[in-house]
Design a protein around this ligand. Sequence first.
Ligand SMILES: Nc1ncnc2c1ncn2[C@@H]1O[C@H](COP(=O)(O)OP(=O)(O)OP(=O)(O)O)[C@@H](O)[C@H]1O
Ligand SMILES: [Mg+2]
Length: 263
Amino acid sequence: MVMERLSTGVKALDEMLAGGFPRGFSVAVTGEPGTGKTILCIHFTAQGISEGDRCIYVTTEESRDSIITQAGQFGFDFSKAIKEGRLIIIDALMGSEDQWTIRLLSVEELVNKVIEAKKALGYGRARLVIDSLSAFWLDKPAMARRHSYFVKKVLAKWDFTILATSQYAITTSEAFGWGIEHIADGIIRFRRVVRDGVLRRFLLVEKMRQTPHSLVMHELSIVDGKGLVILGPLEVRREDMALPRRVMERIQRASEKRDATLP
Ligand SMILES: Nc1ncnc2c1ncn2[C@@H]1O[C@H](COP(=O)(O)OP(=O)(O)OP(=O)(O)O)[C@@H](O)[C@H]1O
Ligand SMILES: [Mg+2]
């Protein structure tokens, strides 16, 4: 039997994942700030809207308007999808408060609100984004594993395929979200480096159960009007393999010195 997979909304990423995320999976997206986690969540949601899935987007880091604006910059009309009853954005008390506001950052309130949203959207295949899940245990990181297990278990019977982000604590570079990664069926890790004064972003599929996925780090770019664009696998990009000029010169000098001292 062919496994049903949900497209991530990024074609090149689907190819790295043998077609996408298996239906019903919980996938963790981790990485430093500004690496593209939210943008991947937006693509995943937009793809769901275009395929007629019920879509729920929980945002704790940014307001509902900020997500709608960001989606609009990549050509996705989230306002229309909300009006048409295909998408509900749940926020964590930022801006105006209504039915789709979580007042307390507790996992119980999160799952209750998500189930309420699913009932409002109706039956059918559903996508759930939780951006970020780590926000729910910011002040009690030791609870991460228990909380993420609870979320996964309670939501299991609602036909969701879940994408949940988790952030690093910049000071310790440990994930707040320790726990999500172990419980998740898949892990997509975003990375960033500054090389020659330029910020570069990368993505690696670290785990995807039941999937012959790519093991190669891929460089990505975030492009206005398009969103997340995969530039290619790291290993075939020769310029990435070349050492910086300074290092090359140092090696050159060292070998000249060695040659000069040889008998
Ligand atoms: N319209 C745009 N055109 C080009 N690049 C953009 C555009 N909008 C956002 N970006 C880039 O995307 C980055 C933000 O990415 P994203 O919001 O996905 O980060 P994140 O991994 O979710 O970070 P955080 O953990 O802080 O939420 C910005 O810093 C900017 O570099
Ligand atoms: Mg984000």
